[in-house]
Design a protein around this ligand. Structure first.
Ligand SMILES: Cc1ncc(COP(=O)(O)O)c(CN[C@@H](CS)C(=O)O)c1O
Length: 409
């Protein structure tokens, strides 16, 4: 049963009333980006209309208001993910930049020949390509924990790969292609047993699951505002304070320094040390409002709603008999998305047919090309759900398969 009051939630998203060719949009591309509720849009508009100013350095009233808004947004995000405080929450542009910050500030300085970076085969390019390139530049090596035929991590292989030569384990919390929810606490424990660090890519987890970074005990954790009912242009890198204190910034400028002379510079305190230049102020206000909005609904309720829709979609697609579905069967370790292929129809053709019905799904490799190579398919179609989706929308998705069969199969 879907416990959320979806109709009331949908009223806060005017975009969901949009029609194309007389058909109401069916938005099932939430793993790419989620829609933005009125309270978040209003918070950002109000900021621009009433409090806009630059932060950290102004003395005047408006700058003090803008600084307060920007800094308390860090506090609110810290509370939301269970961090110790704003010192452990760095605002970036997105998950990708968060991962690059870690790779450049920590990886470039700490990795060297003989060191190993352990990833999984289901990593998004944001971490896979980043670590691959940093390894090339430092002489470190990258290894990949196998994904089994059910779309789950082979934890025996993980225990084999993670050794005293491992410097960091970097794993996706919820796969944006398979929907698999990985045992990130266990992976972190394995890393720590070998004095390695753990980085968790939480882009598909923070938006729709209760996440407590201290419970996972991850050393670093990243996610994006635009995937959690917030604005684009803001992401988060969580890091344990003692690790961030020891890290050198890799982007320099105003706002991140303590003292500058012609010869030398020293760095400011956390998190500002890693936030050079004018930051995403309005976006931080929007992210704060998004966190408030999500928590008012409840993260457990959001998780249950999405997993129920994913279960329903999985079962409906499976009943079709000619649909190949990727990732684990519905249950505790499958999140709110389903990637699949319709026999005899290329994912791009299917997604184009879906668009004829004003159904928004994603076709392609979802920035996980090595995983698609492993699956033996060039692309897949992915339906991904959020708080405003309904079973009726899943029914429309399944019904549109017939058009594709008639045209292409
Ligand atoms: C697991 C995971 N890790 C990192 C990212 C990058 O997020 P950014 O906000 O774009 O930096 C994403 C974004 N995945 C989008 C674009 S490929 C998808 O359609 O699946 C992700 O899913």
């Amino acid at each position: 049963n879907l416990a959320l009051d979806v109709e009331a939630i949908r009223d806060e998203f005017p975009i969901l009333q949009r029609e194309f060719d007389g058909q109401q949009v069916v938005y099932l591309d939430n793993a790419a980006t989620t829609q933005t509720p009125d309270p978040v849009v209003d918070a950002m508009s109000d900021y621009y209309r009433e409090s806009n100013a630059n932060v950290h350095r102004g003395i005047h009233h408006l700058s003090q208001e803008a600084s307060e808004a920007y800094e308390t947004a860090h506090d609110r995000v810290a509370e939301f993910i269970g961090a110790d405080g704003r010192e452990e929450v760095i605002f970036t542009k997105n998950t990708t930049e968060s991962e690059n910050l870690l790779a450049y500030s920590w990886g470039l300085n700490e990795l060297g020949p003989g060191d190993e970076v352990v990833l999984t085969e289901m990593e998004h390019h944001a971490s896979l390509v980043t670590w691959q390139q940093i390894a090339k530049r430092t002489g470190a090596s990258v290894e990949y924990i196998r994904v089994d035929e059910d779309g789950r991590l082979d934890m025996d292989h993980a225990r084999e790969l993670i050794t005293d030569d491992t410097e960091i384990v970097s794993a996706v919390h919820i796969s944006n292609t398979l929907g698999t929810i990985n045992p990130v606490g266990e992976l972190t424990e394995l890393a720590h047993e070998h004095d390695a660090l753990s980085f968790i890519d939480g882009a598909q987890a923070v938006p729709n699951h209760p996440v407590d970074v201290k419970e996972i005990d991850a050393d670093f954790y990243a996610f994006s505002g635009h995937k959690m009912a917030g604005p684009t242009g803001i992401g988060v890198l969580y890091g344990k304070q003692e690790l961030l204190e020891a890290m050198e910034p890799y982007l320099y400028g105003g706002g991140m320094i303590r003292k500058v002379t012609f010869e030398e510079s020293t760095w400011g305190e956390l998190p500002w040390k890693f936030e050079p230049g004018t930051p995403p102020i309005a976006e931080a206000v929007g992210l704060h409002a998004a966190v408030d909005w999500l928590e008012e609904i409840g993260m457990e309720q959001i998780r249950d709603h999405e997993q129920e829709l994913a279960r329903y979609a999985y079962e409906q697609l499976e009943d079709e008999g000619d649909v190949e579905i990727y990732g684990p069967e519905p249950g505790e370790d499958r999140g709110g998305l389903v990637s699949f292929n319709l026999e005899g129809v290329h994912a791009h053709d299917l997604t184009s047919i879906m668009n004829d019905h004003t159904i928004a799904v994603r076709a392609g490799d979802h920035c996980t090309q090595p995983l698609h190579d492993k699956l033996g398919v060039p692309a897949s179609t992915r339906a991904s759900f959020y708080v405003y989706n309904t079973r009726d929308e899943v029914d429309k998705l399944v019904a549109a398969l017939d058009d594709a069969r008639q045209l292409f199969a």
